[in-house]
Design a binder for this molecule. Structure first.
Ligand SMILES: [Zn+2]
Ligand SMILES: [Zn+2]
Length: 380
């Protein structure tokens, strides 16, 4: 049983004395009956036999007449000589957690008790309340400012000004997709060959691999289990002997250990079974893509490529066309914009024509009256 010597603080001069001292070594005042013994968390064990037996003697008693702290071995008060009787106050041992006996821990515990019974808010809490209020107010103000800036930006983005727009060009691109009728070589699995195919050759080829269950096997596997491994004694608290000394309190608990065990697991075995099918190589006549004939320009005279399609050897398979009107604010910043036009629409406009548009707060073209819902982008 580990024994430690505690300390106590003199009520009058506040100096710290050893647990064994019955009077303050600095001012000589006797240890109060309300003395609070404390123990540093890292206190060294007592090795001295005499001190250990002093610790084990038991809690002190307090003289009824003069209040002197007397050790359990005394039968008479060392202050006034009165005999030890059952009327004298007997201190009682107390057990707490290992680290609950330092002077700091005792102070915290006392503060906790005081707070529980005191209706008065401590000063520190008042200060922190003020701090919280200050932070809340600051956050609120910043929030309001942010919302304000956002509202102003929202308002500005709704502003628009009429502007005269001048057309500076038309960017166009026209494309014709062509196909040609050709004899091509293709391959296909049995049952998937087109009717007009002229088979040239065939071969047995791997189509896919099936995984077929093919029995089971036993696989040993290891696992760990926690099993009890007897009991152990451990320090679960510390007792104030109420005579200036402290002692470790021991408890008992079950010890556990990990044991590695083996068990068998059944696993299905799969077999790879290749499946072969006949693959045919054949010739077939069909229309295949022959590329695009594309023309483009930057004027109001879009053209299609000159294509000769006889529909026997060559044919058209589709046309696409794209038009962008190029324009800028007349008399404004020389910033150019591209406005997407539909194929039905481009012929309604001509070079240097003036249109009516809207400019936003930041000077960007946002709409053109003559082209509702136009897709407008700044030209790079
Ligand atoms: Zn003192
Ligand atoms: Zn006495």
């Amino acid at each position: 049983m580990a024994v430690y010597e505690g300390k106590w603080r003199c009520e009058r001069c506040l100096s710290v004395n050893r647990g064994r001292d019955l009077n303050c070594l600095s001012c000589g005042v006797k240890r109060s009956e309300n003395v609070e013994f404390f123990l540093d968390d890292d206190a060294a064990e007592v090795a001295d036999e005499q001190l250990i037996s002093q610790a084990n003697a038991g809690a002190d008693w307090i003289c009824l007449y003069c209040g002197t702290n007397c050790s359990a071995s005394q039968t008479q008060c060392s202050g006034c000589g009165s005999p030890r009787t059952i009327q004298n106050k007997q201190l009682i041992e107390e057990t707490r957690g290992v680290n609950d006996w330092s002077e700091a821990a005792l102070k915290a515990r006392n503060a906790q008790t005081t707070q529980n019974f005191s209706p008065v808010q401590p000063q520190k809490s008042f200060l922190s309340n003020r701090l919280v209020k200050f932070i809340l107010a600051g956050t609120g103000a910043a929030g309001i400012l942010l919302v304000g800036v956002f509202a102003v930006l929202m308002y500005l983005s709704t502003l628009s000004y009429p502007a005269e727009i001048e057309i500076s060009g038309l960017e166009w691109k026209r494309s014709i997709s062509l196909e040609e009728y050709k004899t091509v070589t293709e391959t296909a699995w049995e049952g998937e060959i087109p009717q007009a195919a002229r088979v040239q050759s065939k071969e047995n080829a791997l189509h896919h691999v099936d995984k077929i269950p093919n029995g089971t096997r036993t696989v040993p596997e290891t696992y760990t289990e926690r099993v009890s491994d007897g009991t152990e004694r451990y320090v679960c608290g510390r007792t104030s002997k109420k005579n200036g000394f402290f002692e470790d309190k021991y408890c008992t608990r079950t010890k556990y250990k990990s044991v590695t065990k083996t068990r068998n697991r059944t696993e299905t075995i799969y077999k790879d079974v290749p499946v072969y099918k006949t693959r045919y190589t054949y010739l077939i006549d069909k229309w295949v893509s022959a590329g695009d004939q594309t023309t483009s320009g930057n004027n109001f005279d879009p053209q299609w490529a000159n294509v000769k399609a006889d529909n026997i050897h060559t044919r058209e398979s589709g046309r696409t066309e794209n038009y962008n009107l190029l324009c800028k604010e007349f008399g404004g910043k020389n910033k150019a914009y591209k406005v997407k036009l539909s194929p039905q629409n481009w012929a309604n406009f001509r070079q240097n024509q003036h249109l009516h548009g809207k400019i936003d707060f930041w000077g960007e073209l946002i709409s053109i009256d003559e082209i509702p819902n136009a897709e407008i982008s700044a030209q790079k």
